[in-house]
Design a protein around this ligand. Structure first.
Ligand code: CA2
Length: 147
C-alpha cells in the first residue's frame, strides 16, 4: 500500500465553512481533505483523512496509526481538545510517529483559554493562523522529513 499521512480533525471541525467564516474562513473540511491529498501526491504519498467529535475515537485512531508501518506522519488539528486533552498528548507520545499540530485560526491571538496547547510539547512543528493552507504546509513538512 502507498505510504500515507494521517490527517486527523477533532470536534466541530466537520462544521468548517458553515459558520464563523471571519475566524475559520469559508472552506469546508472536504476542501481541507482535497488540499492535503494534493500536497501528499506531489511527494508520491497518500492521505487518510478522519474527523471525530469524540476524544476516545481520536485516541484509538492515533494508536492504530502507531501500529501501521505505512503511516509516516500525522497532521493533527484536535480542535478544542488541544486545550484540554492529556489523553491525546499521551496517545501521540505513545505512537512515536512525527506529528504536526495545525490550527486554522491562531489560538494565541484569541481567548486566554486557547493559549495552552497540551499537544505542542509532542508536536514536531505547530502551524497556526495560516487558514487551511496550514494543513498543506504540515503535509509538505512530513513528506520532506520522510524523504
Ligand atoms: O483554529 C483551529 O483550528 C482550532 O483548532 C479550531 C477549534 C478551536 O476550539 C481551537 O481553539 C482552534 C474549533 C473548531 C470549531 O470549528 C468550527 C468551524 C465552523 C463553525 C463552528 C465551529
Amino acid at each position: 500500500m502507498t505510504r500515507r499521512i494521517l490527517v486527523l480533525n477533532g470536534p466541530n471541525l466537520n462544521l468548517l465553512g458553515t459558520r464563523e467564516p471571519e475566524i475559520y474562513g469559508s472552506d469546508t473540511l472536504a476542501d481541507v481533505e482535497e488540499l492535503c491529498a494534493g500536497a501528499a501526491q506531489e511527494h508520491g504519498l497518500g492521505v487518510e483523512c478522519r474527523q471525530s467529535n469524540h476524544e476516545g475515537e481520536l485516541v484509538d485512531w492515533l494508536q492504530e496509526a502507531g501500529r501501521d508501518e505505512d503511516i509516516i506522519g500525522v497532521v493533527l488539528n484536535a480542535g478544542a481538545y488541544t486545550h484540554t486533552s492529556i489523553a491525546l498528548l499521551d496517545a501521540v507520545r505513545g505512537t512515536g510517529i512525527p506529528m504536526v499540530e495545525v490550527h486554522v485560526s491562531n489560538p494565541a491571538a484569541r481567548e486566554r483559554f486557547r493559549h495552552t496547547s497540551y499537544l505542542s510539547s509532542v508536536a514536531e512543528a505547530s502551524i497556526a493562523g495560516a487558514g487551511i493552507r496550514g494543513y498543506a504546509y504540515a503535509v509538505d513538512h512530513l513528506a520532506r522529513r520522510h524523504g
